[in-house]
Design a protein around this ligand. Sequence first.
Ligand code: TPP
Length: 529
Amino acid sequence: MSTHAHAFAETVAKTGCTHVFGLMGDGNMHLVIALERQGVHLVEVRHESAAVAMAEGYTWSSGRTGICTVTHGPGLSHVATSLLVAARNRSPLVVIAAETPSGYQGAQTFDQAAFVASCEAAYRRMTPGEHPADVLADALALAEDESRPVVLGVAADIFTAPVEAAESSPTRQPRAVPSDRDDAAAAERLGRLLAAAQRPVLIAGRGAMDGVSPELMRTLADRFGAGLATTLPAKGLFDGHPLDLGIAGGLAHPAAERVLRAADLVVAFGASMGRSTTQSGRLFANAHIVRVINDAGAGLGTASGTLTRTVAQAAGTRQPWFTPTGPSADCWQEDLRDVTPPIPEGTVDPRRALAEISEHIPDDAMVVISNGHCSGFAATFVTAPAKGRFFAAQGFGSIGQALTTAIGVALGAPGHKTVVFEGDAAFMMHAQEVETATRAGADLTVFVLNDQALGTEYQRLHAEGGHAEAAIVPPPDLAAVAAALGARASTISSGDAHTLAEAALSPGLAVVDVRTARSVVSRHLRLPG
Ligand SMILES: Cc1ncc(C[n+]2csc(CCOP(=O)(O)OP(=O)(O)O)c2C)c(N)n1
């Protein structure tokens, strides 16, 4: 008779999931072995937090729900930040976590359900008599329906026990279906607002990136002469369109910012319009902000349904109310021209280095950027690949997630180069996972923007006028670290970045230590407040 571990592994394989991320402990070791026997690539990480981050990256790029596994007690508690990050990103994934075996009296017990709840994920405990296929299907459905991480708790002794329960076909509750009436009401109101506006801007967030919404937004902008902008996660969505203004918020380029500040109506599709996009409310202080969100459950219809109807009702085209700004990369020349701090010997201007690196990133690459001061440069001076994807690993405001998330992105997108931009302090938090990427065969190029400091804190302390040196914590020689962990390694510390970037972006795993000058402050930190 098949064991539960075997039945779980069979079910995982049937989902089409090619990789499962995990770290073995006595709670989940039999599952790990069964998965490998089943032909699923078990990516053995060096820290459990990385398993969850990689599963999230895998979800992002593969379109399948990422799965990872950890053991009980400290194996699970290690995932706290990554779980919260995925919850805040609304990323579906499933963590198969062992629970201590029945009757266990040892040190590793804690309230796993309460811990998971405080990490804002769902906890689904397997109860005796359930079939593994049903339990996993249920956890996956919960993760996908609610767009959140789910921890599936399985008592360790269940994995080796034979399956006696019969498999049922669980019935999935149908999701709330948007009604045409909701879309029609929203479209009528939106049409009226747009017709009355003098200076409209349309903003797309992550919730409006897929399907027909981007094309409908372009058409709607043409009809009303409206500006088109995105939030950071939707960067690049309107590249090439004459009305494109790039990213709205603290990361807007100077020319776009002037236009955005003058808007009288801002219509956001699939965007929460938080502090970053609105510059804490200052950017659109004089505008009426309307959010069109997908919330069929609350009777609010869908962004795409509302867009379809608004476009259908709008007649003619209007001239844009602003002078088009041109491609974002050109607009950033203004910043390069006006802000020219001294660049110390042995370092490069991060803006120029990134603009040069960006030219070599393949068109179909997956690009992942981190949090931290350096993300201001990566978000603005790296162009989103036209046929690839752009991701911001910034959920929960955490640093240290980009490298690990990018490894999952790379493994979920075979045939594409994945490129990650990470700060040096953040890189050092999970540098050991470079070795995991080596073993897993990830096609990944890591650019570490190395200002030898906790750059955000350095810049803030510097602006306050004191103690900035407290934030200088130079990492070891990153190229030597990366080489020891199995990656091709190089250092950009002078001149132009073209040659080294091109070599580092060839297939395989490479880490580039980009020695950046602390004298250059990203525009988003130069803005008031
Ligand atoms: C897990 C975590 N710890 C600490 C912080 C606070 N923090 C924000 S940015 C930053 C500096 C990051 O340094 P680095 O990765 O080198 O990027 P840089 O800011 O220098 O570009 C820190 C410590 C955080 N956001 N998340």
